[in-house]
Write a protein that binds this ligand. Structure first.
Ligand SMILES: [Fe+2]
Length: 414
C-alpha cells in the first residue's frame, strides 16, 4: 500500500506483469486506471493524496498474461511543475508557492487553474479521456498513452467546475454536472453529443438544465452524480464550498479543502432533472435524507414509477482529511471510515395522494447481491457506468430493505 503514496516513474514501454494467481484465458482487453503518481517535486511536496500529478496506467490482458505501461498526463500543470521543478499550481489540498516574479493578479490567474486530470479515465470511440473536478479533460492515445489534446469545457458552456465522473449513454453521448457562477449561481447539467472525429469533443456541449444553489454562496461539494435513461439525479449534501473563503485563498496559502464546511445536522437534498426537457421533476416536492457525505453514486435506474438511487455514503466528510499524505505515511494513521451502500427510492409519480409525511414508496426493493460475502464486494453494472463498491458484508440488504444496517429512506411530501 505504501507505494500508493510515493512518487512513481512512468513506464513508457510495456513490461511483462508479475502474476499472482491466474487470469482466465477468455479475458482479453485493456484495463486503464488513472491516479496520482508524483507527490514530490524538487523541494516541494503535495499535501494530499488527491493532488499528485496524474499517471495513467494500462494493463494489457491477453491469454492469461498481463503487460503494463504507464505515462504521465501532459497537462499544463504537469509541464509548468516540471519546468520549475516545484509545485507552481495549487491543487485540492496543496497551495502552490507563488512565483515571486509575478504580481498578485498573475499569481491568482496561474495558481488556481489546475488541469491535472488525475481522477477518471473514460473510453470513447478510438480514444480515452482523463478528467478531474476541473473544467478541462485530456484526450489520450489508448495505445501509447500519449496526451493528444486538452479540451476546456468553459469555451463552449458557462461552467466553471465539473464533476470528475462523466457519464455516458449507450450511444456515446456524455453527460456532466458543473457549477456556474454567471448570473445567479447554479448547478448545470451538461450534455455532450458525440463529436465527429477531429472536432473538439465539447464543441456541441450544451447546458440541459440548471438548479439554483440552495445557499447562494455555498454550493455543495459534488464529485459525481447519477443518471438513468430519462433522468439526472444529484445531491446537495451538507459539505459545502464557502466561495468567500475561496476568494481569500487566492491571496493566501489556504487550500480548496480549507474552503469546505460541513453543516452538521443539515439534511441532504436530492434533485431530479428530466434529461430531455432540463426541467426539475416534481418541483413542489422536496426529496430529503439525513445528513451524509458521498463521493460516489453507484447506480441509478427507473422502476415502476420510481427512481432508485444507490450511493456509497459516509456519516461525515472525515474521509477527506484521512487522505492527507502526512497521515497516510504515518505508522499511526487514522483508520478509514467505512462507507455504507445506501439505496434511496424516489417516487416520480406523486399523484397517488399520500398525506403529508406519508410514505409514497411501494416498490419492493430488489436484492443488492454481494459477490463475495467475506470481502463484501459488490459489483454494480448499469448502462451508464460500472462501479465496484467495497464494503462490509453486514450491509447486505434483504429483499425489502429491512436489514438493520441498510438505509431505505422514504420520500415524504413536505
Ligand atoms: Fe471518484
Amino acid at each position: 500500500m505504501e507505494s500508493l503514496y510515493m512518487t512513481s516513474p512512468e513506464t513508457v514501454n510495456s513490461i511483462p506483469g508479475q502474476m499472482k494467481g491466474k487470469i482466465p484465458e477468455w479475458i482479453n482487453g485493456n484495463l486503464y486506471r488513472n491516479g496520482p503518481g508524483t507527490f514530490d517535486l524538487g523541494e516541494s511536496q503535495y499535501q494530499h493524496w488527491f493532488d499528485g500529478l496524474g499517471l495513467l496506467h494500462k494493463f494489457e490482458i491477453s491469454n492469461g498474461k498481463v503487460k503494463y505501461r504507464s505515462k504521465y498526463i501532459r497537462s499544463e500543470t504537469y509541464k509548468k511543475n516540471m519546468a520549475a521543478n516545484r509545485i507552481v499550481v495549487s491543487e485540492f489540498g496543496t497551495a502552490a508557492f507563488p512565483d515571486p516574479c509575478k504580481n498578485i493578479f498573475r499569481r491568482i490567474s496561474t495558481s488556481f487553474q489546475t488541469d491535472n486530470t488525475l481522477v477518471t479515465v473514460t473510453p470513447l470511440r478510438d480514444y480515452v479521456y482523463t478528467a478531474s473536478e476541473a473544467k478541462v479533460i485530456h484526450k489520450v492515445d489508448p495505445k501509447t498513452l500519449d496526451t493528444i489534446s486538452a479540451h476546456d469545457i468553459e469555451k463552449f458552456v458557462v461552467v466553471n467546475v465539473a464533476s470528475a465522473h462523466i457519464l455516458r449513454d449507450p450511444d456515446g453521448t456524455m453527460h456532466n454536472l458543473g457549477n456556474s457562477y454567471k448570473g445567479a449561481p447554479k448547478y448545470s447539467l451538461i450534455k455532450i453529443p458525440v463529436a465527429p472525429d477531429g472536432e473538439d469533443v465539447f464543441k456541441k456541449a450544451e447546458v440541459v438544465g440548471s438548479v439554483p444553489f440552495r445557499w447562494p454562496n455555498s454550493p455543495s461539494y459534488l464529485h459525481s452524480f447519477g443518471m438513468s435513461d430519462n433522468y439526472y439525479v444529484f445531491l446537495e449534501q451538507p459539505l459545502c464550498i464557502n466561495t468567500g473563503y475561496l476568494m481569500e485563498t487566492m491571496l493566501t496559502r489556504k487550500t480548496f479543502v480549507d474552503c469546505l464546511k460541513w453543516h452538521e445536522g443539515t439534511k441532504t437534498l436530492f434533485h431530479i432533472i428530466d434529461k430531455r426537457t432540463g426541467e426539475k421533476v416534481n418541483p413542489k416536492m422536496t426529496y430529503l435524507a439525513e445528513p451524509f457525505f458521498v463521493f460516489h453514486h453507484i447506480s441509478t435506474y427507473e422502476e415502476d414509477g420510481n427512481l432508485v438511487v444507490d450511493v456509497s455514503a459516509y456519516e461525515d466528510p472525515k474521509i477527506l482529511y484521512i487522505h492527507y499524505l502526512k497521515n497516510l505515511r504515518s505508522e499511526q494513521r487514522d483508520i478509514y471510515p467505512e462507507p455504507t451502500v445506501r439505496r434511496y427510492v424516489l417516487p416520480l409519480d406523486t399523484s397517488v395522494g399520500a398525506t403529508s409525511g406519508g410514505n409514497l414508496v411501494t416498490l419492493r426493493i430488489p436484492l443488492l447481491a454481494p459477490l463475495d460475502r467475506t470481502m463484501g464486494r459488490y459489483c454494480v453494472i448499469t448502462k451508464h457506468c460500472l462501479i465496484w463498491v467495497w464494503t462490509s458484508h453486514r450491509l447486505m440488504m434483504d429483499d425489502v430493505g429491512r436489514n438493520i444496517d441498510t438505509y431505505l429512506e422514504p420520500a415524504v411530501r413536505t
